[in-house]
Design a protein around this ligand. Structure first.
Ligand code: HQG
Length: 181
């Protein structure tokens, strides 16, 4: 089984288009794993997929995109569906990074970091992760340094995704510094 391909389809279902799979996410993004497996099986491509496959897909992925608990599964971050998924508010690490493209830089410095097509802005404590994220859009990405401590103290909400991904609604320009250009 192609677990990378499976992960992409599960991400699509749980982040962007649950209705295409007749799934309804709860307020924290969980759906019945059985229902997801049923929908995948019906598609033909994933006829024999089972819960162990989903668990193996999660365990072997370098990013922790999904989690399973009590026969339920959810995407941990990345959602774009209209219903906002509730994430746990938490004090962030004092510094967070965001990797992006040179094309986006002027707009970000003017308007701040905005979630764009997703529900939250995605940030990372690890500069190498930020670089990887930015590389999806720019061979030599811009790395932005976010004064998360100051932002948090001034009332900006941060949310916990996983050990590597922090979320925020928006980051105003005053908390953003260009770290690598
Ligand atoms: C940019 C992947 C102009 C922002 C990744 C980014 C991540 C602005 C793009 C996760 C802007 C949105 C999320 C503004 C932000 N003006 N551009 N004011 N504010 N932007 O994909 O953070 O592999 O929605 O810099 O690794 O790149 O799918 O967000 O370039 O963890 O699991 O608008 O998705 O994870 O792009 O990536 P995205 P992202 P997976």
């Amino acid at each position: 089984m192609d677990y990378v391909e499976l992960s992409k389809e599960v991400s699509y279902a749980l982040r962007h288009a649950p209705w295409e799979y007749e799934l309804e996410l709860d307020s924290e993004g969980w759906v019945s794993a059985t229902q997801l497996l049923e929908a995948l099986s019906n598609s033909g491509k994933w006829r024999n997929v089972n819960l162990e496959d989903l668990q193996y897909m999660i365990n072997t992925s370098e990013k922790k995109r999904h989690e399973i608990n009590n026969n339920k599964i959810r995407a941990i971050y990345g959602h774009s569906i209209p219903m906002k998924i509730l994430k746990e508010v938490r004090r962030p690490p004092s510094i967070l990074y965001h990797g992006t493209s040179h094309d986006a830089l002027d707009s970000i410095l003017m308007n701040g970091l905005l979630p764009r097509s997703r529900q939250y802005v995605h940030l990372s404590q690890d500069i190498n992760i930020a670089r990887q994220v930015g590389k999806r859009r720019d061979e030599k990405p811009v790395i932005l340094k976010i004064d998360a401590d100051l932002a948090y103290n001034q009332g900006i909400s941060f949310y916990y995704g996983n050990e590597k991904v922090w979320l925020a609604d928006t980051i105003p320009p005053t908390f953003i510094q260009v770290y690598v250009k």
